[in-house]
Each structure stands twice: as structure tokens, then as C-alpha cells.
Write a protein that binds this ligand. Structure first.
Ligand SMILES: Cc1cc2nc3c(=O)[nH]c(=O)nc-3n(C[C@H](O)[C@H](O)[C@H](O)COP(=O)(O)OP(=O)(O)OC[C@H]3O[C@@H](n4cnc5c(N)ncnc54)[C@H](O)[C@@H]3O)c2cc1C
Length: 448
């Protein structure tokens, strides 16, 4: 028997749940989630008294409607925290953002960073207009600028060499001379020359960037948010995976439910894999889809006997550390671990290949001891690997051409593809909530 619905929502992460909240009671909808629980990347996992997230998931709120909604849903279950994050380089640590806190660095590196920055700032193509352009575009070609060029143009040689290039190479796992810089504007803080100079010579800590203050649930890990969001929602089907899609007949085949006939579809699962499920795709769709790329992130969560480190997280740009970031989740909320213990998350990226977990653990433990996060392996009392197969989507020239083409073909077939992976972009939780709300509201207005 074919189930009929007005709106079929694929994915029970924050984007899908937000859309369902708007449609609830106003339109017939069905939300299907392949996993046994909701939350997507904002899920948390319980293990022997520890609550582990899919790496640090902090709520930085930028818009009134979504910010109010998120805090209202969490009720009093949240802390407001001031970011305490660092970068480790040459055995010293500088506060994040690197470019605005150079004072701790050895003198030779500091002067390389400062002089490089000033030189870059003074060159003709580093005018104010281009520095603050939201989309980094090279003038000659009117195409998104590649990251290697962008970072040298904006930050100069020293900052690029010592932080921007090695850190981003570790994170993206993609050649940086092919990675475009159009993701940078919201995420990379851009200090003015005076701020770089002051912060290089005066030990005055600068707080900049998109998350200087953030919220985190007191209890339950980040999963507390999707759980609060889903509380009154009906029509959520977990353990139900989209397996194939007939665009022409508007029928989705869902494991556990069978065929579902829809009028509109909201997709939030990774676009590349969603498109791969379309039967007899329209001309060009497959070729465009083949050009989308992403990396993979492995998160090693550790329960440890109490650490004295008070930081939230530290970035590790140097090659001798396998991981690019290590955080202390219990510094967001003590309730994430049993008494006397702390909880750590360590993130390692690959271009997609499977990480040899046993070998990786050895390297990670060595790095954590060298980095001063733990004293000895004997401190580790619990561990859990969580894999994020599609973690950061790759921004490159191919994405710039193929993504709009794919989104447009889907739109012509009454499909809105939204959220961090549905829209195939680098974004944060609040943005997924915003897109879910807006997409569903638009559907109500369209009154189809
Ligand atoms: C390492 C890392 C750290 C991050 N840290 C932060 C942070 O600190 N702060 C922040 O705001 N954001 C952070 N983010 C981003 C944040 O996780 C996302 O923006 C947000 O959770 C995405 O929600 P979503 O609903 O768009 O997608 P998802 O959470 O990915 O939801 C998509 C859902 O679709 C389901 N699905 C997949 N395939 C199918 C199928 N075939 N059928 C049915 N369902 C399917 C998935 O199981 C999933 O539940 C981080 C991301 C990563 C990778």
C-alpha cells in the first residue's frame, strides 16, 4: 500500500525537525530518519556514565527568531559560556584566533607573521573592499579565489605558513590550491592591522570570530536540543531509510514504510547520497553529482580521570599531531562525565579513507600527552570512536558550478534540499534550524 503525504521530510536532524515543527497541525507531513534515534549530527551517545557528542557541538546564536526558539526549547537547561580556545604551535599556545593573538609566539615567528601581514595589507590588491568582501573573488577571473591565494593576500606569508595553511590542510584533507575561499567569510576572523599589532606586542587577549560566546545544555549533551524540538512532533519515523526515489511519480521508497507518495519533499540527508538514490536521473544530474566531494572526520571520545586543563578546545596545526583539534567536553558541562572524570573529544580528518583506529589511537595518546591534555595513558578509563563519514563538504570550482545546477533540477521537481548537508555547505546548527523553519513556512505560504 502506498502512503500519501503532502510533505515528506528526509532526515531527523535539526533541519528536518525544525521543518516538521512548522508543518505540525498545518499540513500533512512525514519525517523519516534512517537511524534509530533523532538528532543527526546533534545527537549524543551514552556510555558507562559518559555522554559523548559527535565532537564539540556548541550553540552560537546569531538570529533572534532561531536564538529565542532554541533557548526557549532548552528552557533552563543551558549554560552560557565564554570561549576559551587555543592554538598550539612550537610548544607554546596562543589564544584563538591566531592572527589576533600573536604575542605568545617565539620572536622570530611573531615578526614573520606581523611583517607578512603588514606587507599583504599594503599591497594594492589587498584593498579594504576586497578584504571584507563576503565572497573571496579574484578580480581577473571573477571566480572564487583559491584558499592558498586568499590567505596570503589577506593574512600574508607568516600567518599563512605557520597556521592557516597547515591547519586547513589537516582539516580539509584536500589540496589547498584547489580549495576555494568562499566558505571563509563567516568563519575566519579578520582583524585590522592595528589589532594584529597590538595583540602581537601586548598580552591582551582578543576575542573575535563567530563563537566568542556560546550556549551548551547543562544536562544530556547537545542531544537535549533535538529531543526538545521533537517532543510534541507526531509523524516521525526512525529506523526508516530513504532507499530510492522516483522523481517523475513523486514516490519515495522508504525502508520499513514502503512507497510514499508526496507533493513536496524536503531533503536534509547529504545531497550527494540523496541524488545517488534517484532512479533514472534527469540529464546532467549524475555528472554534476559526481563532482561533489567531502572529507571524513573520526572523533575519538575519551573518558579520563580528571584533567586540570581548563580550556574548551585547542587546535593543533602541526603535522606531528595526528588530530587537528582536541577539546574537553566537561568544560562545557560537568554532567557529561561521572564524578572525578572528564570527557575529551579528539578530531582527526581523512579525505575519505578508513582510519586505522588502533594505530591512530597510539598516535593520538602520544599527542595528548605531548600536548599536555593528559598525563598518561593510564588516565583513560573509557573510549568511543564516532565516525562522521560526510563531515566537511569541499568548496572547489566544481562545487561552484555543479551545486546550483543540482539544486535547480531538484527545485523543478518540488524538492528543497536544505541543512548543512542537504544544501552541501559549511554551516552550523542554528543555520540548519533557520533553514528548516523558513523552508516549511514558505511551503505553507505556497499553499499547494
Ligand atoms: C566535526 C563537526 C563539528 C561541528 N561543531 C559544531 C558546533 O560546535 N556548533 C554548531 O552550531 N555546529 C557544529 N557542526 C555543524 C552541525 O553538526 C550541523 O550544522 C547540524 O547538526 C546539521 O543538521 P542538519 O539537520 O542539517 O543535518 P544532519 O544532522 O546531518 O541531519 C541529517 C539526517 O539525515 C539522516 N539521513 C541520512 N541518510 C538518510 C536516509 N537515506 N534516509 C533517512 N534519513 C537519512 C541522518 O541520519 C541525519 O539524522 C559541526 C559539524 C561537524 C562535522
Amino acid at each position: 500500500m502506498t502512503i500519501k503525504t503532502d510533505v515528506l521530510i528526509i532526515g531527523g536532524g535539526l533541519a528536518g525537525l525544525s521543518a516538521a515543527r512548522v508543518l505540525q497541525g498545518k499540513k500533512n507531513y512525514l519525517l523519516v530518519e534512517k537511524e534509530a534515534g533523532i538528532g543527526g549530527l546533534a545527537a549524543s551517545v551514552e556510555k558507562n556514565g559518559f555522554t559523548f557528542d559527535y565532537s564539540g557541538h556548541l550553540l552560537h546564536l546569531h538570529w533572534k527568531e532561531t536564538g529565542d526558539l532554541i533557548l526557549r526549547l532548552l528552557k533552563n537547561n543551558h549554560f552560557k559560556l565564554k570561549r576559551n580556545s587555543w592554538i598550539r604551535l612550537k610548544d607554546v599556545e596562543v589564544p584563538y584566533p591566531f592572527q589576533a593573538n600573536l604575542y605568545n609566539l617565539p620572536d622570530d615567528i611573531k615578526s614573520e607573521c606581523v611583517s607578512g601581514f603588514l606587507e599583504a595589507y599594503n599591497t594594492s590588491h589587498n584593498s579594504l573592499a576586497t578584504r571584507h568582501s563576503p565572497l573571496a573573488v579574484s578580480h581577473s577571473q571573477k571566480r572564487p579565489e583559491v584558499f592558498t591565494h586568499w590567505t596570503r593576500r589577506v593574512f600574508g606569508e607568516g600567518i599563512s605558513k605557520h597556521f592557516m595553511l597547515p591547519y586547513n590542510a589537516k582539516l580539509w584533507q584536500y589540496p589547498l590550491n584547489r580549495l576555494t575561499a568562499d566558505w571563509c567569510a563567516p568563519f575566519v576572523p579578520m582583524p585590522k592591522p592595528q589589532e594584529v599589532l597590538e595583540a602581537a606586542y601586548l598580552p591582551k587577549r582578543k576575542t573575535m570570530g563567530y563563537n566568542p560566546v556560546f550556549y551548551y545544555p547543562k544536562r544530556g549533551g547537545i542531544r537535549a536540543l533535538p529531543e526538545a524540538m521533537a517532543k510534541d512532533l507526531k509523524n516521525i519515523h526512525t529506523g526508516c531509510e530513504l532507499q530510492s526515489l522516483d522523481l517523475k511519480r513523486k514516490i519515495a521508497f522508504i525502508k520499513g514504510l514502503g512507497p510514499v507518495k508526496y507533493e513536496r519533499l524536503i531533503n536534509t540527508m547529504p545531497l550527494k547520497y540523496f541524488v545517488g538514490l534517484i532512479k533514472s536521473p534527469p540529464a546532467g544530474l549524475k555528472a554534476h553529482n559526481a563532482r561533489l566531494r567531502h572529507n571524513t572526520v573520526y572523533v575519538l571520545n575519551l573518558g579520563v580521570k580528571g584533567t586540570s586543563v581548563k580550556k574548551h578546545w585547542t587546535y593543533f596545526p602541526e603535522k606531528e599531531f595526528l588530530f587537528y583539534r582536541a577539546g574537553i567536553a566537561t568544560n562545557f558541562s560537568r554532567r557529561l562525565a561521572p564524578k572525578g572524570c572528564d570527557s575529551l573529544y579528539i578530531e582527526t580528518a581523512t579525505p575519505g579513507y578508513a582510519l586505522n583506529l588502533a594505530a591512530a589511537e597510539k598516535k593520538i595518546f602520544r599527542g595528548l600527552i605531548k600536548g599536555g591534555v593528559i598525563k598518561s595513558e593510564d588516565d583513560i578509563v573509557e573510549k568511543l570512536w564516532l565516525k562522521i563519514p560526510c563531515a566537511y563538504v569541499i568548496y572547489d570550482a566544481a562545487r561552484n558550478i555543479s551545486l546550483p545546477a543540482i539544486i535547480s533540477i531538484l527545485a523543478d521537481n518540488d524538492i528543497s534540499s536544505i541543512g548543512r548537508y542537504g544544501a552541501w555547505k559549511y554551516s552550523f546548527m542554528e543555520e540548519s534550524v533557520k533553514e528548516g523553519l523558513e523552508t516549511a513556512k514558505k511551503m505553507l505560504v505556497d499553499n499547494f
